[in-house]
Ligand binder design. Structure first.
Ligand SMILES: Nc1nc2c(ncn2[C@@H]2O[C@H](COP(=O)(O)OP(=O)(O)OP(=O)(O)O)[C@@H](O)[C@H]2O)c(=O)[nH]1
Ligand SMILES: [Mg+2]
Ligand SMILES: [Zn+2]
Length: 163
């Protein structure tokens, strides 16, 4: 999808220096699910920040929301990082149904090829996105995720129209 991926582990330290180098001196927000190891990684990058970390729940096999508020940290090497609480759910901000497909970067190269310029890529004839999914050029999980967001926004638009 065009994103650079750096695998790293706070436990073994593997890849940690490489990941830190990617961030450099910029201001970076670290986000992800609870228990992913965000705070642990920051502790590896700068032990003096000494953030609280929490074991993953055995029962639910996921994090227990140890970090409870976002915190801006100035690291000893000059970078600035924001540790943030694990994501529980994402909600769309103000976005219209017809704009969602433009936010999927893996859809971009197909969008102009849809037969209708106002295609919502939801079953319209001549939809290039759907064709790309069928041709294994777009991952089906991504398309499913798109349709889910589209449904959500349409519902919201409908509720608003009736309000
Ligand atoms: N095996 C392994 N465990 C890790 C690694 N990084 C973190 N952990 C453990 O995973 C658990 C969760 O780590 P945290 O750093 O608290 O996770 P977090 O992403 O900050 O979680 P929240 O603050 O709840 O959002 C802790 O028990 C860590 O010791 C890793 O690279 N490998
Ligand atoms: Mg944390
Ligand atoms: Zn389309």
């Amino acid at each position: 999808m065009g994103y650079r991926v750096v695998e790293c582990s706070a436990a073994t330290g593997a890849g940690a220096a490489e990941a830190r180098a990617v961030l450099g001196q910029r201001l970076t927000l670290i986000c992800g699910q609870s228990g992913a190891g965000k705070s642990s990684l920051l502790n590896v990058w700068d032990p003096s920040v000494d953030l609280r970390t929490g074991a993953v729940s055995r029962k639910f096999d996921r994090g227990v929301h140890t970090t409870i508020r976002a915190e801006l940290l100035e690291l000893a090497d000059g970078g600035r990082l924001i540790d943030s609480p694990g994501i529980r759910a994402l909600e769309l901000g103000a976005i219209e149904a017809r704009d969602i497909r433009h936010r999927f970067r893996d859809f971009q190269r197909w969008l102009l090829r849809c037969e209708y310029s106002a295609c919502l890529c939801d079953g319209e004839p001549g939809c290039a996105v759907r064709a790309a999914v069928d041709a294994h050029q777009i991952h089906p999980d991504r398309y499913e995720s798109y349709l889910r967001l589209l449904r959500e926004v349409r519902e919201r638009e409908r509720e608003r129209a009736h309000a």
